[in-house]
Structure formats: structure tokens, C-alpha cells
Ligand binder design. Sequence first.
Ligand code: HEM
Length: 235
Amino acid sequence: MSNHALSGEKVLKHRLSSRLFHWALIISFLPAAATGVIIWLKFGGEDFVNLAMKIHIVGAAILTLSCILYTLFSFDRVVAFLRVAFKFGKDDIEWMQVCGGYPQKMFLGKEVPVPPMDKMNSGQKMLGLLVLFGTILLIFTGWMLYMFIPFIPKEISLYAHWIHWGLGLLLGASILAHIFLGIYNWDDFKAMLGNGTMPIEVANHHNPLWVFEKIERVDGSDKKATDKGNVSTSV
Ligand code: HEM
């Protein structure tokens, strides 16, 4: 779709299944992360830590189930995400050198030139991959520690413990930065947590390669556009 036909239109950035999955990540990961810190620091006495453990396990169960359901029922989205996320090139290196222009905009009120991005920018691709592979390991080691400790060698359970703890901290810290940027980019926030759409001018500003190459007008409407389905809707 060319840029001159764009003004005043809406583009569907995140489909319903992706938005529901993202909501599931919010209601499962955030309580699991907060209670993980309470369990780790043994904060607030035995009863409080026991309650935190119960919430931690419920959060982990919702997280595990939603990852399985999204993979089974939206496998095309997972593949599309991987296709975009694993495409790294010169533009990504340049994007990272200026940190996407965010610090300059936030702290100095200055706009610096930023290389054109696809549906996800380089930071989002890295976060996405970290969340994907990190969460798989987190889930795996978590259930191992919860259910199989009596059946596995002590050394393995020790490794599982360190991986679970380290990854939890790394993912938790990354998600804090992600939440801050998610709220800062308010139109992205409304699209991901709301009805999935955003003004096409905003999409064109953040994701010009996606808008130019990978969206098309929805049949029968001159007011809405969506991606062609061959590439990417974020997780
Ligand atoms: C209140 C909490 C959160 C907010 C406000 C938030 C916000 C957002 C927004 C606005 C996007 C879309 C970005 C775009 O369209 O370009 C997004 C995408 C994403 N979110 Fe979140 N998010 C939250 C929690 C989480 C959690 C807990 C996880 C995972 C554990 C997560 C993982 C992701 C991933 C992997 C993506 C796709 C990659 C990306 O666009 O960064 N989010 N989030």
C-alpha cells in the first residue's frame, strides 16, 4: 500500500488471538513474577510466602496453558513472528546504535533519524525472542522444580533452580522496560490492549516497511487496512 492513500485510515496491527494471548501474558506473568520475588526473598512471614507460592503456581498454570493454546490455534502467527524476529540486518544495527531514537526523544526532546522498521522494531524483536525462549525454559524448569524434585538428581535440580531464578529476574527486568515503552507509545498500547487497530499515520511512522509492503485494504472498506496475512502480527 502506498503512503499517499493513508491519511485518516485505521490499520489492524494485532489480531484478536494475539491480543487475547497478550492479555493472558499480563494476567499470568506479572503476578507470577511479583510472587516469585516474594518467594525468593522470603518476604513477609511463612503464611504470606505460602500464599505467594499458591499465586505463583496459578500464574504459571495460566501462562503454560495460554502458551500451549496460542501455539496450537495460532501457529501461523508464531511462524510469522519468528520470520520477522529472526531477520536481522544493517538497519537493525543502526537502529540499536541510536536505541531507536527513544533516549534522544525522551531526555533531550530531539528527533534523530531512525532506520525504517518492519512490523516490529529491533528492540521488540530481541524482547520477543527473549520472551519466547526464556518463557519456554522458565516453564520447563518451574514445573520440574514443583513436581519432579524427588525423582531427579540433586545436581540437575540445582541447575534448574539457578536457570529458573536467573531467567525470572532477566525476563522480569526486561518486561518492566517493555511496560514503560508500551505505555509511552500510547497508540501501540491502545491497539494491543484494546481493539487491535491504530491510525495508519502512526503505524507508518513506527513501521514504514510493514505499511509499505505488507498491508492491504480490507475488502469492502475504504477505511480499514490489515496485513496480508503472509507476514507478522506480533504475539
Ligand atoms: C501491563 C503490562 C504490559 C503492557 C502495557 C504491554 C504493552 C505492549 C504493547 C503496547 C505491545 C505492542 C507493541 C507494538 O505494537 O509495536 C506489546 C507487545 C508485546 N508484549 Fe507486552 N505489555 C505488557 C506486558 C507484557 C508481558 C507480561 C509480556 C510477556 C511476559 C509481554 C510480551 C510482549 C511481547 C513478546 C510483545 C511483542 C513484541 C513487542 O512488540 O515488543 N508484554 N506489549
